[in-house]
Each structure stands twice: as C-alpha cells, then as structure tokens.
Design a protein around this ligand. Structure first.
Ligand SMILES: CC(C)(COP(=O)(O)OP(=O)(O)OC[C@H]1O[C@@H](n2cnc3c(N)ncnc32)[C@H](O)[C@@H]1OP(=O)(O)O)[C@@H](O)C(=O)NCCC(=O)NCCS
Length: 158
C-alpha cells in the first residue's frame, strides 16, 4: 500500500517567516518580505498559520495571515506553494482562519481577491463566501495592466 504525504498546521506562523516571505515574493506583485510580515504580525489581533507537509521532515507548504478587530475579521493573505496545490491545504488554512475568527468573536470575515483568480475564488465560494463589492482597477501588474478587486464576505454565526 502506498500513502501520500500528509499535512498539518502549525499555529506559530512566526517560526516560518523566511519561508513565508519567499513564497509571498514568488506569488504576488507586491511582495511582503520578512520585516513586513513581522510588522503585520506585531499588530494586535493579527495571527496566522503555516501548513506543513509531513513526508519525513515537516516542510513548509503555505500560510494564511488574518486580523480580527472587534466583530470584524480579514484575511490579509493566503498562499500555497505551487507543488502542493489541489490537495486541500488552502482549504485547511482558510478553515483555521474561519475558526480563529469565530473564537475571537468576529461576526463577519472579509477578504479581497483579484478578479479572474479562479482557484482562489472557487475556494472562497466553496467555503460559503459571497461577493459584496468591487474595487475597479485595484491591482496593477508589472506589464501595466489592471484588474478589479472583488470583496468577499462570510457571516459567522457563532
Ligand atoms: C488559491 C490557493 C491558496 C488555493 O490553494 P490550494 O491548496 O490549491 O486549494 P485546495 O486544494 O484547498 O482547494 C480547495 C478548493 O478550491 C477550489 N480550487 C482550488 N484550486 C482550483 C483551481 N485551480 N481551479 C478551480 N478550483 C480550484 C476547488 O473548489 C477546491 O476544491 P476541490 O479540490 O475539492 O475541487 C492557491 O492556488 C494559491 O496559493 N494561489 C496563489 C496565491 C493566491 O492567489 N492567493 C489568494 C489571494 S486572495
């Protein structure tokens, strides 16, 4: 019998900031380096989780960063390494963010996602999130093109 790798979460994202900054830098036009991630995490109400592949030695595979202020929670970023996608890690990270938001007493979770980011939008929809607003031309690419930001929300019945 063969078994694939299994995944786990470490709620101490601070242990993985170098790997998180490398991944963020590889995926996003406006990357957050380690000091930027440290700054974000130092703000009250901000937390995150790292996803680990536990083949033999645990290996960093992705992370989520979120902030809860009062009854409002926001996903700041979500990223899964390309080689580890479509295996449920993004969902696991988002479920942790939803759980943490609920635990903190948030009533609503929001995020913004680039129009056309099919994988992320599908993931958020599968979690019950719905679009509620749009920011025109919010994202600008290196090639000068623009894309809208879609704002999505989930109401948390605690
Ligand atoms: C979006 C992202 C985090 C998804 O991570 P992932 O680990 O691949 O997601 P999961 O395996 O948990 O997928 C969960 C669900 O999301 C949807 N989904 C994920 N990738 C998809 C794709 N390429 N096409 C269509 N649906 C997709 C599916 O509904 C999937 O469920 P299924 O596999 O049972 O069909 C990942 O693609 C990523 O890091 N993208 C680049 C960074 C990014 O865009 N972050 C979001 C910024 S708002």
């Amino acid at each position: 019998m063969t078994t694939g790798p299994s995944y786990s979460l470490d709620l101490e994202l601070a242990r993985y900031l170098d790997a998180a900054a490398d991944l963020h830098g590889a995926l996003f036009e406006r990357p957050w380096n380690r000091p930027a991630l440290e700054d974000l995490l130092s703000v009250s109400g901000t937390d995150g989780a790292a996803a680990l592949v536990s083949d033999r030695t645990p290996r960093f595979a992705g992370f989520v960063l979120f902030r809860t202020l009062g009854d409002f929670s926001e996903i700041l970023t979500l990223a899964v390494a390309p080689e580890n996608r479509r295996q449920g890690i993004g969902r696991l990270l988002m479920e942790q963010a939803v759980h943490a938001a609920r635990e903190s007493g948030a009533e609503r979770l929001v995020l913004e996602v680039q129009d056309g980011n099919r994988s992320a939008i599908s993931l958020y929809e599968s979690l019950g999130m719905t679009p509620f607003d749009r920011r025109r031309n919010y994202y600008k690419s290196g090639d000068g093109s623009h894309a809208d930001a879609i704002l999505m929300q989930l109401f948390l019945d605690n």
